[in-house]
Ligand binder design. Structure first.
Ligand code: SF4
Length: 331
C-alpha cells in the first residue's frame, strides 16, 4: 500500500513523495512524478525564464502529451556517478502492485487529466528496471488493460543494461522479453531507451561507477538482428563536459533501428562531488544542437533535448526522497 506524504509543485508538473513498505518490512520513501513538456524549441526564452505564467503558457497540453515516472526499486542496485538515487539506502525491488499503485496515485491526484493521446510512463524514477524486470514488465503489461480514462499509454523502459544474470536470466534474454512486450503487446509503441552516455567503454564503466554493462557494440549487434517496428531503439547520451561522444563511432548505425538522443547532464549532489559538469544546457543549447547536427550528418535520426531552468530544482531522481527521509530521521 502506497501512501501519499507530500506533493512538490513545479511550474511544469509535480513530484509525489510517497511512503510504502520495503522488502525488509520497513517504511520507505519513493518518488513518482507527472509533468508537461515545455515547448522550448519554438520558444527558447521559456527555457531560461523564472516567470511561472510564461512557463505555464508554453506547456504542451495534457491531451497531446503527459509525462509520468514511477520508481521500480527502493533506492537502486547501482551507483552511477551522475545520479542521486544512490544517496538512498538500497532495499531491493518494488512489487508489480507497488509500481502500479504509483500510476494509480498519479492519475487519482490528477482529475484534470482524463484524456491524452500520449501518456508516457518512465519506469525509471528510482531504480534500474532490469534488476526488477519481471515486475516492471507485469506493470507495463497492466497498462494495456487500464481502467483510468481515455489514455493511450507509451511505456518507457530505460536501462543501463547490466551485463549480469538477474533471476536466472541473462541481459539479452531480458532485452528480448522487453522487445516481445514492445512488439506483441504494444504494437511497437514502447519507448526502449538504452543509457550509453559515452562512446568509450572505459569511460562508460567509470560513469556507471564500475558497473559491468553490455558494450555499445554488442547492443548494436543484438538489435540489428531483431524486428523493430514503429518506435526505434533510443541510444541515450547524457552529455557531460569532456565525455567522449565521437560521431565516427556511430557510423553505420541503422536508422531504421536506432535513434540517438542527446540530453544535458542535470545538476546532482553526487555528480558535483565527482566534478561532473554538463556539456551544454538551456543557456548554450546551440552547442548541443551542433553536436546533434554532426551525428545527423551521418544519416542518423537525432533528438536533442534540454532541461528547462524551471525543471532543474528537485527534478533529479531521488533528490527529494533523500531530503524527505533525512528530515524525518532528524525530527
Ligand atoms: S541512473 Fe539509474 S541505474 Fe544508475 S544509479 Fe541512478 S537509478 Fe540507478
Amino acid at each position: 500500500m502506497i501512501t501519499l506524504k507530500d506533493i512538490v509543485e513545479l511550474p511544469s508538473g509535480r513530484i509525489f513523495i510517497c511512503e510504502t513498505i520495503d522488502s525488509k518490512g520497513d517504511p520507505y520513501i519513493v518518488e513518482c512524478t507527472e509533468m508537461q513538456d515545455v515547448t522550448g524549441k519554438e520558444n527558447p526564452q521559456v527555457l531560461v525564464t523564472d516567470d511561472v505564467d510564461l512557463i505555464r503558457a508554453n506547456l504542451v497540453p495534457h491531451e497531446q502529451k503527459w509525462l509520468m515516472t514511477v520508481s521500480t526499486q527502493f533506492g537502486c542496485g547501482y551507483q552511477c556517478r551522475f545520479c542521486d538515487v544512490p544517496l538512498l539506502p538500497f532495499r531491493g525491488n518494488l512489487s508489480a502492485e507497488q509500481i502500479i499503485e504509483q500510476i494509480d496515485l498519479i492519475i487519482r491526484e490528477s482529475p484534470h487529466v482524463r484524456k491524452t493521446q500520449k501518456a508516457k510512463i518512465g519506469f525509471a524514477r528510482m531504480g534500474e528496471p532490469a534488476l526488477n524486470w519481471s515486475n516492471v514488465l507485469k506493470a507495463i503489461h497492466y497498462l494495456k488493460n487500464h481502467r483510468w480514462g481515455d489514455f493511450r499509454f507509451l511505456p518507457c523502459y530505460n536501462s543501463i543494461v547490466p551485463d549480469t544474470i538477474i533471476d536466472g536470466v541473462g541481459p539479452f534474454e531480458i532485452l528480448k522479453e522487453v522487445l516481445r512486450v514492445k512488439e506483441e503487446i504494444f504494437d511497437g509503441f514502447l519507448h526502449f531507451q538504452l543509457s550509453i552516455n559515452s562512446t568509450n567503454e572505459d569511460e562508460r564503466r567509470w560513469l556507471f561507477h564500475g558497473a559491468k554493462v553490455v558494450s555499445l557494440d554488442r547492443l548494436i549487434e543484438f538489435f540489428d538482428k531483431q524486428t523493430i517496428t514503429n518506435r526505434t531503439i533510443t541510444l541515450n547520451f547524457i552529455c557531460g563536459e569532456g565525455w567522449e561522444l565521437k560521431p565516427d563511432k556511430l557510423k553505420g548505425l541503422d536508422p531504421e533501428k536506432f535513434v540517438v538522443k542527446l540530453i544535458p547532464l542535470n545538476k546532482t549532489t553526487r555528480g558535483h562531488r565527482d566534478g561532473l559538469k554538463t556539456f551544454a544546457n538551456y543557456r548554450n543549447f546551440d552547442l548541443l544542437k551542433q553536436k546533434g547536427d554532426e551525428i545527423r550528418n551521418l544519416g542518423l535520426n537525432v533528438v536533442v533535448d534540454t532541461i528547462a531552468k524551471c525543471e532543474e530544482a528537485g527534478l533529479c531522481c531521488g533528490q527529494l526522497a533523500h531530503i524527505y527521509m533525512k528530515n524525518t530521521k532528524d525530527k
